[in-house]
Design a protein around this ligand. Structure first.
Ligand SMILES: NC(=O)c1ccc[n+]([C@@H]2O[C@H](COP(=O)([O-])OP(=O)(O)OC[C@H]3O[C@@H](n4cnc5c(N)ncnc54)[C@H](OP(=O)(O)O)[C@@H]3O)[C@@H](O)[C@H]2O)c1
Length: 267
C-alpha cells in the first residue's frame, strides 16, 4: 500500500517501538495519530514528526479503558478520518512465575495488550469495514509461539492476543481488510525499565542467538512489512530461523527454551 497521505494510528507511540514506528511512518509521508497515556512523550514524538515536515497528532488515552478508547477513536475519525492502518503496539507486562503474580497483575497483563488491542480494533473496525479497505497490525511477542519459564501471565496474554489476531483474520475473510502479526525478538527500548526484571528472565537461547535490535531497526521492518502487506513480520532473521526449526522439531526448541530459561529463586 502507498503510505504517502495515508492515515496511520499507532498505539504505544510515546516510547520504544511505537514511537520509532510513528517516526518512520511520518518520514514516509503518512499522517500519524499517536496514542498512549503519557501526553508529554506523545507531544515530543509529534513535534519530531512535524519538524521533519510530517503530520502528527497526539491523543493521550489509557488503552485499557474501553469507553475512553471508543471516545478517542471518534475524535480521531472526526479530526483526521478513517485509518488506513491501525498499528496496535502498546504493551506491558512483567515476567513472573505464577506464585509471584498477584491476581490484579494477572488481570492487568490481560488488559494490556490483549483487551487494549480488542478495544481499539472494535472502535475502528465498523468504518473500516464499511469502506472495505485498511490494514490491522498487531505487535506480539515470541512468547505467543513458544512459552518460557517464569512468565506465565505474560505468556497467557500473548497467546490471547495471537488467538484474537487469528480469529480476526478469519472474521475478515472475503473483505479487503488485511491483518498482520508482528513478532520482534529483543529490542532495546524502555520496555525493560517499564517492566523491571524482564531481561534477566529471557531464556539464554534467545540472549545468545538473537542480536538485540534498535527500536529504529524494528520500526523499519514493521513499516516495510505493512507497506508490502505481509501476513507476518518477524525480526531479526535468526528468530525466523528459530521458528522454522520449531516447525519441524518443536520438542527440541521447547526443551532448549526451558533448559536455558529462568529457574525459581534465580534472577
Ligand atoms: N522491547 C522488546 O524487546 C520487545 C520484544 C517483543 C515484543 N515487544 C512488544 O512490543 C511492544 C512495544 O514495546 P516496547 O519495547 O516499545 O515497550 P515500551 O518502550 O515500554 O513502550 C510501551 C508503550 O506502550 C504504552 N502503553 C503501556 N500501557 C499503556 C496503556 N495502559 N495505555 C496506553 N498506552 C500504554 C506506553 O506508553 P505510556 O506509558 O505513555 O502509556 C508505551 O508507549 C509491546 O507490545 C511489547 O510487548 C517488545
Amino acid at each position: 500500500m502507498a503510505l504517502r497521505g495515508s492515515l496511520v494510528v499507532v498505539t504505544g507511540a510515546s516510547y520504544g517501538i511505537g514511537a520509532a514506528a510513528a517516526r518512520v511512518f511520518g518520514r514516509n509521508g503518512a499522517r500519524v495519530a499517536l496514542l498512549a497515556r503519557t501526553a508529554a512523550a506523545l507531544d515530543a514524538v509529534a513535534y519530531d514528526i512535524r519538524a521533519q515536515g510530517g503530520v502528527a497528532q497526539a491523543y493521550p488515552v489509557d488503552l485499557t479503558d474501553a469507553p475512553a478508547v471508543a471516545a478517542v477513536a471518534q475524535h480521531i475519525i472526526a479530526d483526521l478520518g478513517i485509518p488506513d492502518v491501525l498499528l496496535s503496539n502498546a504493551g506491558s507486562g512483567r515476567w513472573l512465575f505464577v506464585e509471584e503474580t498477584e491476581p490484579d497483575e494477572a488481570v492487568a497483563m490481560m488488559a494490556m495488550p490483549y483487551f487494549a488491542a480488542f478495544y481499539i480494533t472494535r472502535a475502528f473496525l465498523p468504518p473500516m469495514l464499511a469502506r472495505d479497505r485498511g490494514h490491522l497490525a498487531y505487535v506480539n511477542s515470541p512468547a505467543s509461539l513458544v512459552a518460557w519459564p517464569g512468565a506465565a501471565a505474560y505468556t497467557a496474554a500473548r497467546w490471547a492476543l495471537r488467538g484474537f489476531v487469528e480469529a480476526l483474520r478469519a472474521d475478515l475473510h472475503g473483505t479487503r481488510l488485511r491483518v498482520t502479526s508482528i513478532i520482534p525478538g529483543l529490542v532495546a527500548t524502555t520496555y525493560f525499565e517499564h517492566n523491571p526484571g524482564v531481561l534477566e528472565r529471557a531464556p539464554g537461547l534467545a540472549r545468545r542467538l538473537l542480536p538485540t535490535l534498535t527500536a529504529e531497526e524494528a520500526a523499519t521492518a514493521i513499516v516495510r512489512g505493512i507497506a508490502r502487506g505481509d501476513r507476518e513480520i518477524m525480526m531479526p532473521g535468526r528468530l525466523r530461523l528459530l521458528y522454522a526449526v520449531h516447525a519441524v522439531a518443536p520438542r527440541l526448541v521447547r526443551w532448549l527454551t526451558v533448559a536455558t530459561g529462568a529457574k525459581r529463586g534465580e534472577r
